[in-house]
Ligand binder design. Structure first.
Ligand code: NDP
Length: 447
């Protein structure tokens, strides 16, 4: 069978075996489209059916999460953990609490994660989990009870050598605390390495909170450096105002860029003088308010309810909110407005059409698999510190993160060149990640 037909057949099998899971299909398609030249160079991966194997999660867990709200009303949510691939190490990947969560989203995230984790060069496999729980507007007590009920089932699948979750959308330091407390209580073990993103006083790592955003900006810095550019004086827009967005903005500002817009799912803030990050942190990290409130607190900022952040002219766009948030039309507008670089802080935020337009235009495009790997890489650094019962300084940990991101950039850049796609980081990341995982899988035999 010709190569292209073979890859298309694998893709159709994945679709048929996982009906209705659109995001998962999209993530698989994007990777498979890059793998043709790999099968030419390494036919043993086709003979051993490594691609088919890597598309099938090792284990998928779905469970009931019952809990009571503050008025004693009973709620029943659905929890997930997809343990995708352990060829490189224990399953590793975040937990997402969001009403949109279903198996297809967790699988897409787990699939992306396994290649991303391989790219970091750290000994971690890929997994992802979460629940269709909406934390918005819930009290601390409700969040705690939900986390406890979630962990009552999940704990039996976890372990520092088995599966190590972290945060993602809707799961930050507070939730990790409640989850860890419940795990400790059930197992009677202070197993620090079982979760990452922990508080600094009880096993967490400095720089973990900042890592995804900082890392994405380091990746961007490297992409610009290849083109003999820097961030100094560049106008940037960053979607979202959560963990990734906040620390993306922070590092962009530190490197001399001007961030003029950020958002949440209700609307966009435009502040031409530059986003006041201290205010965003206060509203989002402490007071848990909406970004609309920024508009009422800053006279020279503009709030656009229901606005589209990609309408704002910029040199650099960093989608850092959610999947498929930037479509072909948005990409066209960004390009028309003079955008020269896009780095994905979020997972799969650009639709396939948007990615194609960026690549065709020849601008610097950093896919999430590579650009946002700093978070999980620093989670692996947290695991190292836990294992050695040590804690590192901010400066040292940040230097390690910077080194890792610089290496990921170099690996993806060089791999793209090697496989005849110079400058295409999508191909570079997919192939570099796949090769590491595939080699380990072949070495382990048919398991
Ligand atoms: P958070 O929950 O901290 O923040 C998400 C932000 O995105 C919120 O401000 C949310 O607003 C906003 N948002 C959600 N949907 C939309 C939308 N349709 N339009 C505009 N804004 C929206 O999550 P994180 O920052 O942790 O994660 C963001 C992305 O980065 C996700 O794709 C995640 O998988 C990815 N990622 C995260 C890592 C991490 O370390 N945290 C690591 C690697 C990737 P609202 O409050 O209104 O919902």
């Amino acid at each position: 069978m010709p190569l292209e037909e073979k890859i298309e057949t694998i893709y159709q099998q994945v679709r048929a075996r996982n009906p209705g899971e659109d995001e998962f299909h999209q993530a698989v398609k994007e990777v498979l489209e890059s793998l043709g030249p790999v099968l030419v160079k390494y036919p043993e991966f086709a003979e051993k059916r490594v691609i088919e194997l890597v598309c099938e999660p090792e284990r998928q867990i779905i469970f009931r999460v019952p809990w009571q709200d503050d008025r004693n009303e009973i709620h029943i949510n659905r929890g997930f953990r997809v343990e995708f691939n352990s060829a490189m190490g224990p399953y590793k990947g975040g937990l997402r609490f969001h009403p949109s969560v279903y198996l297809g989203i967790i699988k897409f995230l787990g699939f992306e994660q396994l290649f991303k984790n391989a790219l970091t060069g750290m000994p971690i496999g890929g997994g992802k989990g979460g629940a269709d729980f909406d934390p918005k507007g819930r009290s601390d007590g409700e969040i705690m009870r939900f986390c406890q009920s979630f962990m009552i089932e999940l704990y039996r699948h976890l372990g520092e050598h088995t599966d190590v979750p972290a945060g993602d959308v809707g799961v930050g330091g507070r939730e990790i605390g409640y989850l860890f407390g419940q795990y400790k209580r059930i197992t009677n073990r202070y197993e620090s390495g079982v979760l990452t993103g922990k508080g600094l006083g009880w096993g967490g790592s400095l720089v973990r909170k900042e890592a995804t955003g900082y890392g994405a900006v380091y990746f961007l810095r490297e992409m610009l450096a290849v083109r003999k550019g820097t961030l100094e004086g560049k106008t940037c827009v960053v979607s979202g105002s959560g963990n990734v967005a906040i620390y993306t903005i922070e590092k962009l500002q530190q490197l001399g860029a001007r961030v003029v817009a950020c958002s949440d799912s209700d609307g966009v803030i435009v502040h031409e003088k530059g986003i006041d990050l201290a205010l965003v942190k206060r509203l989002k990290e402490i007071e848990r308010r909406r970004i609309a409130d920024y508009g009422s607190l800053h006279r020279d900022a503009r709030y656009i309810a229901g606005g589209n952040i990609w309408d704002i002219p910029c040199h650099v766009a960093m989608p850092s909110a959610t999947q498929n948030e930037l479509n072909g039309k948005d990409a066209g507008r960004l390009l028309a407005n003079g955008c020269i670089a896009v780095a994905e802080g979020a997972n799969m935020p650009c639709t396939p059409e948007a990615v194609r337009l960026f690549l065709d235009a020849g601008i610097a495009f950093g896919p999430g698999k590579a650009a946002n790997a700093g978070g999980v890489a620093t989670s692996a650094l947290e695991m190292q510190q836990n294992a050695s019962r040590d804690s590192w300084t901010f400066e040292y940990t940040e230097r390690r993160l910077d080194d890792i991101m610089t290496r990921i950039h170099a690996a993806t850049f060089e791999t793209a060149e090697e496989f005849g796609a110079a400058g295409n980081y999508v191909v570079g990341a997919n192939i570099a990640g796949f090769l590491k995982v595939a080699r380990a899988m072949v070495a382990h035999g048919l398991v």
